[in-house]
Ligand binder design. Structure first.
Ligand code: BGC
Length: 395
């Protein structure tokens, strides 16, 4: 429909419209860091009113992967994905310098998001993400990994930082204690996570400890020991104020809400009331409270747009057919969920699919796992394209 503006309205528009210079100045001001120290207070939502900082590492991976792609529309969509504020994984000592580099670029209206992931004997119940530090190398974890991360954050007191602490580690101690590798890792995980929580307990930081997902600690028999396992380490760290709660579904595939639950038709479903992540939070949060731990949460929705893809609930590797999920937001509709986040950077592999490669885990050879897939953390362009095609909402 055509319509016309009266003269007065046109004149008002002419006055109100900013010049190009003004627009550029506003853009620079919007990118400016805060001029005073940031203080995040447990009990208030650290993501509220903030934009999720989109780190250059993820955007760079996408830009590199699409450099020679001629389909302009596809390239534009992919570029949009790179503008989503996702977590940056510091998965090796060599990547620690990225922390300072990244924090130096975060604007005052933004929050940086970093995954702390380098425990000795990492990924004790699987092989795909076995780390660089061997069991027993706790001294190196503290001095070469956690200490310099803390120093980088201390050097940037005016930046808000969300930290996601050590995916899978404490849940593995709860449910995989039968494995020798997890028994061997136990003391290092507990000491390492406690040290991380204590050392990174800085005023501008909000920490969320990984708590697996509904199909993991959500089983009736796991809820209490799971909550107690996390609370034990939290207390060993001195109950640090900047621990806000837990992170769930990290690199996971569970829906936020789905009725009936994705695996509710299985014979063992009666032993699990946490058929989606909402029900997991609803059941696990009270257990955490009883155990004496803060129980706010962040939930990874980075790759959970499509469900019904896994043969088994425990399948975790490069699930075929997955799509990018809800974009990071602090509008979650749940009083305990501070944010839906993008924990796993979609497009980075969960594990290598070549049975002859080092760190091959048979889960990455399952029928529902995408092949070929490179080593964990490496870029997988075909998989990224599928996540994009299956995204809900669309890009
Ligand atoms: C890998 C890490 C990687 C992370 C994010 C993990 O599974 O082990 O190397 O940084 O995923 O993609």
């Amino acid at each position: 429909m055509m319509y016309s503006l009266g003269f007065a309205a046109l004149a008002a528009l002419a006055v109100a419209a900013p010049t190009e210079n003004e627009k550029a100045a506003a853009k620079i001001a919007a990118r400016a860091p805060c001029s005073s120290a940031v203080k995040l207070t447990a009990g208030s939502n650290p993501f509220s009113g903030k934009s999720f900082y989109a780190n250059e590492y993820y955007a760079g991976e996408i830009a590199t992967a699409f450099a020679d792609v001629s389909d302009a529309a596809l390239k534009a969509q992919a570029t949009k994905v790179g503008k989503v504020g996702s977590f940056l994984w510091i998965d090796t000592i060599s990547r620690v310098p990225l922390v300072a580099e990244t924090l130096g670029k975060v604007a005052c209206n933004e929050i940086a998001q970093i995954v702390v992931y380098d425990l000795p004997g990492r990924d004790c119940a699987a092989k795909a993400s076995n780390g660089e530090l061997a069991v027993g190398e706790i001294g190196r974890y503290k001095s070469e990994y956690i200490d310099p991360i803390a120093a980088a954050i201390k050097a940037n007191p005016n930046v808000a930082v969300a930290l996601l602490i050590e995916p899978d580690s404490l849940p593995n101690l709860v449910t995989n204690a039968n494995l020798t590798s997890c028994q061997d890792s136990k003391s290092g995980y507990e000491e390492g996570v406690a040290y991380a929580l204590k050392t990174l307990n800085l005023p501008n930081v909000a920490m969320y400890i990984d708590a697996g997902h509904g199909g993991w600690l959500g089983w009736d028999a796991n809820l209490k020991p799971g909550a107690e396992g996390l609370a034990k380490v939290y207390k060993a760290a001195g109950s640090p104020k900047q621990v806000f709660g837990i992170a769930t579904n990290v690199a996971g595939w569970n829906a936020w809400t789905q009725t009936p639950g994705e695996f509710s038709d299985r014979s063992d479903a009666k032993y699990n009331k946490c058929q989606d992540e909402k029900r997991y939070i609803d059941n696990f949060a009270p257990a955490l409270k009883t155990a004496g731990m803060p129980n706010h949460a962040i939930v990874d929705t980075g790759r959970n747009a499509v469900t019904g893809l896994r043969e088994e609930w425990g399948h975790w590797c490069n699930v075929i057919g997955a799509g990018f999920g809800v974009r990071p937001t602090s509008s979650t509709g749940h009083s305990l969920v501070d944010a839906f986040v993008w924990g796993k950077p979609g497009g980075e592999s969960d594990g290598v699919s070549d049975p002859d490669a080092p760190r091959y885990d048979s889960f990455c050879g399952n029928a529902d796992a995408f092949k070929p897939s490179p080593q964990a953390g490496q870029w997988n362009q075909e998989y990224f394209l599928a996540l994009l095609a299956n995204a809900v909402p669309k890009f």
